[in-house]
Design a protein around this ligand. Structure first.
Ligand code: MOS
Length: 763
């Protein structure tokens, strides 16, 4: 494990000043000469066929350069999913834009207007008249259930587990609960909407400014569809105003701008409206989840059964809401099944802790119901069923301090003062309740590369095709370089968000922190090795002739172990060897064999980190945590106020206490939104979303957010990397909704199983 001094410190983000002073440029803000503006025409029906376009008036409108419809749009090549995936791209939607006249959902792109200004393009798009032959859209999950398919594989492989195996155990168990939990469609709604500017140079070179969680994926998409050499496609995304999964795959607007820019022979810019953020870039689909728990009289689980129903539409994605039920709690037998319907609503996609976010609501509500049934404290019930090994893989967790999370959380939250009897805690007109839930998310590390330059003036530059989606990537990479080289944090600069830099994975699946810091460490180790080799061969060095094993480093210099008189600084070595710069490119391979991010050639195949003391295939990699909520319920008005929240996580080494805390706070707030207010509602007649702006799609605002206390266990995970850090972008949301709903039960005695917990469900 590496020595951490700068790593872990609550250092303010490196890009903070640029952001607060407005100097950080986001995709839509890049000034490009002669740019034209695109605005899509979107379907106004949920299902059917376009019978006619009338573009006459729109074509005559001011400033219009060209109008694309399925009648005249260039044909795109048929997608070979494996080939596309190999190029690093993952299409959010399988229906390519403007290729036929079928309408599969409301808001689908069916045309594109390109004009001199944004206003002209938008006005003309509204003037395009479309006639349809309508069909009835499928949008009701209960109605579609009989037609639902049984999927065999999801993103992590096989999904159906032990179908039918728990029925007998559950039937004969002395204690059981069986309940159905439902969650609604949600949209990601990052502050920054998707935006793309596409600039062609001739017919074989492309520059794209894009708001993305993965510059390599966008570049892969362009090179796949237009048969471009990877080195001829540059995607820039230096700053991203939030992603949460919606910017993790590539959506049709990117293809449309590339297509349009080629046709009009000008750069083209397309910025999604907030309304399009609801219909064109994915969402979290609704789920129906039936959970059965069977135990003996002491609370020991005999069976866990989790039946999941959701839907997909024109995408490979469905919500794997049974994921947490695979790893949480010991039980004699567990059964996890899925049914997936086909819908006429825009495709669902990854959204912050995809799977676990709705899944933990169901499982952790059910655990609370079982605790009530058994009259056992909810923490005690979870502790009784604690498992230190992954119950499915039968492997120990690489790091597992879940009971410590419960204990620390209980102490900080004041769980001991909780009244276990519902409706027994009152303050004036409010009923007070306390609830908790377990949080969990996989710990993934992917292959990542980074270039590093050390200059003779003592500064170090780090380059990688990763991205900072608001999480702190710039900062943690600089912190890692500072410790790995023992140089001041301020001397490190970081350049990312450029697809032509050494490859790194998509910033999804909480994978970036663990992956790119390992790449930085590998690069730093290579530079040190190169410097040491120069020194031990150098007559003028005090390290001349020494073995590399006896050489240590501190304060930008090497010294002989236990003899600080024998030192040689990086700068002196470089000066004597006439080097103004040392440069390396390093690739680090994941220890846990998994990984996201396409099939990119690493930059130096000889230089992989090896975690000598660990056999990674012998471990299961998962993070855990505990969530605690206090609610104040006004029963007359049905209003639930979360008064305070405590969130404890076991996520390995914490790279930066400030940005990490901020991530967890963001996750908890996202969970409060899921629990109390967020719902994309559809008009069942037209299949159109009626919650299309922040006026009607409610997200927590400042007054909805209570004080949130965050604690980390902070022990390194020795098996994930020599730094020991895991990603924390997603675990913060998991379990939040259940903790709040369980607190509502504790306050009121009412069990609410249908999110969001709006006032109508309580009164
Ligand atoms: Mo995250 S939902 O995997 O971008």
């Amino acid at each position: 494990m590496i020595k951490t001094e700068v790593i872990g410190k609550p250092i303010s983000r490196k890009d903070g000043r640029l952001k607060v002073t407005g100097q950080a440029k986001y995709a839509a803000e890049f000034g490009v000469n002669n740019v034209a503006y695109a605005f899509p025409v979107r379907s106004t029906i949920g299902k059917g066929t376009i019978t006619a376009f009338d573009t006459g008036a729109a074509e005559a409108a001011d400033g219009v350069l060209q109008i694309f419809t399925p009648d005249n749009a260039p044909r795109l090549k048929t997608v070979n999913m494996m080939e596309l995936f190999k190029s690093g791209s993952f299409l959010g939607e399988m229906v390519l834009p403007l290729q036929d006249k079928k309408v599969s959902y409301f808001g689908q792109y069916i045309g594109l207007v390109v004009a001199e200004t944004y206003e002209q393009a938008r006005t003309a798009a509204e003037m395009v008249k479309v006639t349809y032959a309508r069909e009835t859209p499928a949008i009701d999950l209960k109605m579609e259930m009989p037609k639902a398919e049984t999927p065999q594989a999801g993103f992590g492989g096989a999904v159906q587990l032990n179908a039918g195996k728990t029925a007998n155990i559950i039937k004969t168990a002395p204690v059981k609960i069986e309940q159905t939990y439902t969650t609604r469609t949600e949209n990601h709604h990052p502050m920054e909407p998707h935006a793309t500017i596409t600039v062609w140079s001739g017919s074989d070179k492309l520059l794209i400014y894009d708001a993305t969680q993965g510059v390599k994926g966008v570049a892969g998409l362009a090179s796949y569809f237009y048969d471009l050499k990877p080195e001829n496609v540059q995607v820039l995304s230096p700053f991203v105003g939030g992603g949460f999964g919606t910017k993790g795959s590539q959506w049709s607007h990117i293809l449309l701008t590339i297509m349009a820019a080629k046709a009009v022979k000008r750069p083209v810019k397309l910025v999604l409206t907030r309304q399009m953020m609801v219909t064109n870039v994915g969402r979290r689909p609704e789920t129906i989840q039936k959970v059965a728990l069977a135990s003996d009289k002491d609370g020991k689980l005999k069976a866990i059964r989790h039946e999941n129903t959701s839907y997909k539409s024109f995408s490979g994605y469905f919500e794997e809401s049974g994921k947490q039920s695979k790893v949480l709690y010991a039980a004699d037998e567990r059964e996890i099944t899925y049914k997936i319907a086909n819908f006429n609503i825009n495709p669902p996609t990854f959204m912050r802790a995809p799977g676990e976010t709705p899944g933990c609501f169901a499982l952790e509500s059910a655990m609370d119901e079982l605790a009530v049934e058994l009259k056992i404290d909810p923490i005690k019930l979870r502790t009784i069923n604690h498992t230190a090994i992954d119950p499915e893989k039968k492997l120990p967790f690489s790091l597992e301090n879940i009971v410590e999370c419960y204990t620390l959380g209980a102490e900080k939250f004041g769980w001991a003062n909780r009244k276990s009897q519902p409706r027994s805690n009152r303050q004036g007109k409010y009923l007070i309740g306390h609830g908790m839930a377990t949080a969990t998310y996989p710990a993934i590390r992917s292959t990542a590369s980074c270039k590093m330059q050390m200059l003779i003036n003592g500064s170090v530059k780090v380059f990688s095709a990763t991205q900072d989606i608001g999480t702190g990537t710039y900062t943690i990479m600089a912190q890692t370089a500072a410790d790995a080289l023992s140089i001041p944090f301020e001397r490190v600069s970081v350049e990312i968000g450029d697809s032509l830099l050494p490859p790194a994975p998509v910033s999804g699946g909480s994978t970036t922190a663990a992956s790119v810091t390992a790449a930085v460490l590998t690069a730093a180790n290579m530079i040190k090795k190169d410097l040491i080799n120069l020194a031990i061969a150098d007559e003028k060095s005090k390290l001349k002739g020494r073995k590399s094993e006896e050489i240590e480093f501190a304060d930008a210099a090497f010294f002989i172990k236990n003899d600080t008189s024998k030192t040689d600084s990086y700068a002196d070595i470089m000066r004597r060897n006439n080097k103004v710069m040392m440069e390396v490119c390093a690739t680090s391979l994941p220890q846990n064999g998994g990984g996201l991010g396409g099939n990119f050639a690493p930059c130096d195949t000889d230089q992989f980190t090896k975690n000598e003391d660990a056999d990674a295939s012998s471990y299961s990699f998962h993070s855990f945590g505990a969530q605690f909520a206090e609610v104040h319920v006004d029963e007359d008005l049905g209003i639930i106020r979360v008064a305070r929240f405590t969130s404890v996580h076991d996520a390995g080494t914490i790279l930066n206490e400030k940005t990490a805390r901020s991530q967890i706070i963001g996750g908890v707030i996202y969970g409060l939104g899921q629990c109390l207010m967020e719902e994309t509602a559809y008009d069942t007649r037209w299949a159109n979303p009626v919650t299309r702006t922040f006026a009607d799609y409610h997200i927590p605002s400042n007054l909805d957010v209570p004080p949130i206390e965050v604690f980390f266990i902070g022990k390194p995970d020795p098996h994930i990397s020599p730094i020991g850090a895991r990603g924390i972008g997603e675990i913060g949301i998991t379990g939040v909704a259940a903790a709040v709903a369980n607190a509502v039960f504790n306050a009121t005695g009412k069990r609410l199983r249908d999110l969001p917990l709006t006032p109508d469900k309580l009164v």
